[in-house]
Design a protein around this ligand. Sequence first.
Ligand SMILES: [Zn+2]
Length: 448
Amino acid sequence: MRCRVNRDPDKLWGGPPGPRGSPWTRSALSIRKVVSFSLKWPTRASAADQGVRPTCGIVFAMRRIGFLFFMAILCLAQSHPVTDAEVQRIHKSALLIDTHNDITSRTVDGYDIGKAKNDGHTNVTALREGNVGAQFFAVYVSGTYTNGNHSARRTLEMIDTVRHDILARYSQDFEFASTADDIERIHKTGKIAALMGIEGGHAIEDSLRLLRDYYALGIRYMTLTHSNTNNWADSSGDMDKAGVQHHNGLTDFGKQVVREMNRLGMLVDISHVADKTFWDALEVSAAPPFASHSSCRALSNVPRNMTDEMIVALAKKGGVVQVNFACEFLSQKTADASKELLPRMSAARAESDRALMEQYRKQVPPATLGDVVAHIDHIVKIAGINAVGIGSDFDGIFCAPKDLEDVSKFPNLTRALLEKGYSADDIRKIYGGNFLRVMRAAEARAAR
Ligand SMILES: [Zn+2]
């Protein structure tokens, strides 16, 4: 026996029992009955008050023993040992689609993704070990490129690093994908499907023509902003920053960008945006938006994460939250401990400032694999099993969770999810099924 997860927010433990409750709901309710029955162990006084004979003490004692026995069985069931073979079998059965990886910010400077045991989170061997089936490579354009209008040039260079330094150089391992069908077809051949998403809406330099060019070059999602508010969308990264001209969400042109993305079949990515931008995008978008790499604000209260209200609303529209592995987004402890250091590290680009990185390692407790599971679990509880996926942000984060330190460690997540009670079907949805649904919805919308 293994505990199963709540799939439906209306059917949570303690929720109103409905005639059509799931087996788990029914068993949860019966567990509650057993617990409350077993704990009704009256004192002598109360027993007398209630007219219970003292000999009934034996019955009560037996109830207590029965209860303890029941709890022990429950604990055993919850810590159900999962065998290595089971982990491998289920992990391999899933098409794992990670919707955000920033190794491209290094390959563009000559870093070799083919070099095993490199110092990053990502390389070809590790992607194979982690059984990654499809990888979205981030075409990340820093807000600094808006100075002097170099964003488009940088975007083209980043697209080139995916095509030239990853796809062409390692064509035995990667194949370019631009549709959900491509992902599934390539996965069957044993190669890794490689896709591209733009990070930072300023990349289009306020031009729908550039947006269309990027789509033609293979871009399949775009975050409406990065950490910087651009000319048409507010970012979560600078809402408190003095001197930034905000728009109260999306401008009219921003709404046009969303509609054009819908028309093209490019996914509207709400990671990084300000809350009001999220609500505007949700309202305007004709296809389900998604978060390529975001986590839950209820568990780590940072503006980059999503509130429960946002997660539920996104799920209602058919979207998906791809959980981000950055320690700060996963753990409040990490977020609090790194509050002062992180902005300095981002400004310095930590890899080039070893002293700062060393200080970070000493000072900041990392998040754990358990935190990743907690975020997945939270989304499942409030929005259902169809609302969650994986957007690791590997090689774009200063700290990866313990036991999930790089792309080769994904089987650890499978083990943890199985131990938590998730079924193989649940895991396949989380790893890729949910995202494929969202991608197909965007494609269907564009085909109209
Ligand atoms: Zn990001």
